[in-house]
Design a protein around this ligand. Structure first.
Ligand code: PEP
Ligand code: MN
Length: 342
């Protein structure tokens, strides 16, 4: 249930409502809207009796919430959530582009990628330091050294850093370096990891599992938000289907569905979504046209020599073309490209 408070509610009256929720054995979550605050309730097994709250001071309305994912649903919060990633707003009018290699490979590689994507207008640098690879014999990432190199690239270019956190053991280390913590497709239902990032107050980019439904993605986001971390960005990165000509099937249906059912920002990863370098640009255009709030794109200064995902990585000139194209689509749908100023 959602308890909508009056616009002139006093802090004491709000606290009394929250205390009543706790007395009933549930957890209150304050949700700030544009004009008013509401209190979401979690921990209840069935419907909560509105009679507990209806006559309390400062209560305007009690609304039942039907979605199983409560706190991330539009029912509970009507306005779009804008996640602040170290000063870069994601989920507002501006489109945010994150770009960089699949994995950090060397100082020279990450600095060349960072300088190039910054010049073309990206706001965040991507790059895996801890890589969850399908084969144990494949490059697993530079780990701590990779994080140090990302920090160096951020220091030089001003780009914010998004990097994957693979497990709870390395979370403290990764959280120290990252501005945005990426949870990969393979970990979307790693519930201990979801709970651990839910206990932090750092933005999270949650990628859709390759065989997960849209509802399961929203339930995974709910794990994070229900622990108090409201800064979650959803990412569509393609799903497994019967199609074999492409690496995955980029499910752009997910963009309007997620937008309709949740207030969280939605970013699309066309690189993993299609897996073919020459096809990344049209799918990136389509994602923005479909209403995505941003893109995450794999870019490598020398894609043919990349240690992972080279076949879907753009070189720097191709990325520059993509950014120009994205800008056109953004303006056609009434949006613009975010550019960092620092
Ligand atoms: C990645 O971003 O490089 C990655 C491993 O993505 P995903 O988790 O979507 O496969
Ligand atoms: Mn990759």
């Amino acid at each position: 249930m959602l308890i909508v408070l009056t616009t002139d509610v006093t802090p004491q009256a709000q606290k009394a409502v929250e205390d009543r929720v706790r007395e009933l054995g549930f957890t209150p979550h304050a949700i700030e809207g544009a004009g008013r605050t509401a209190i979401g309730i979690t921990g209840n097994k069935g419907p909560v009796d509105p009679g507990h709250f209806r006559l309390m001071e400062g209560v305007a309305d009690c609304i039942p919430v039907t979605a199983p994912y409560k706190l991330v649903s539009r029912e509970v919060k009507h306005e779009d959530t804008v996640v602040d990633v170290a000063g870069v707003p994601i989920g507002g009018r501006e489109i945010v582009v994150m770009a960089g290699p699949c994995a950090v490979e060397s100082e020279q590689q990450i600095l060349a990628a960072a300088r190039g994507v910054r010049k073309s207008g990206a706001s965040l640098l991507r790059g895996g330091a801890f890589k969850p690879r399908t084969s144990p014999y494949d490059f697993q990432g530079l780990r701590q050294k990779g994080l140090e190199l990302l920090e160096k690239a951020r220091g030089e270019t001003g780009l914010k850093v998004v990097t994957e956190v693979k497990d709870t053991e390395t979370l403290p280390l990764v959280a120290e370096s990252a501005d945005l913590l990426q949870i990969g497709a393979r970990n979307m239902q790693n519930f201990s990891l979801l709970e651990a990032v839910g206990d932090l107050r750092k933005p999270v980019l949650l990628k859709r599992g390759m065989s997960s439904t849209i509802k399961e993605l929203l339930m995974a986001a709910e794990y994070i938000v229900s622990r108090g971390n409201k800064q979650v960005i959803l990412c569509e990165r393609g799903i497994r289907t019967f199609e074999t000509m492409t690496r995955n099937t980029l499910d752009l249906n997910a963009v309007p569905m997620l937008k309709a059912h949740s207030h969280l920002p939605v970013v699309v990863d066309p690189s993993h979504g299609i897996g073919i370098r020459s096809a990344v640009l049209p799918m990136a255009r389509a994602a923005i046209a479909a209403g995505a709030d941003g893109l995450i794109i794999e870019v490598h200064p020398d894609p043919d020599r990349a240690l992972s995902d080279g076949m879907q990585s753009l070189d720097l000139p191709r990325f520059e073309v993509l950014m120009r194209e994205i800008e056109k689509i953004a303006s056609a749908v009434g949006r613009s490209l975010h550019r960092i100023t620092a």
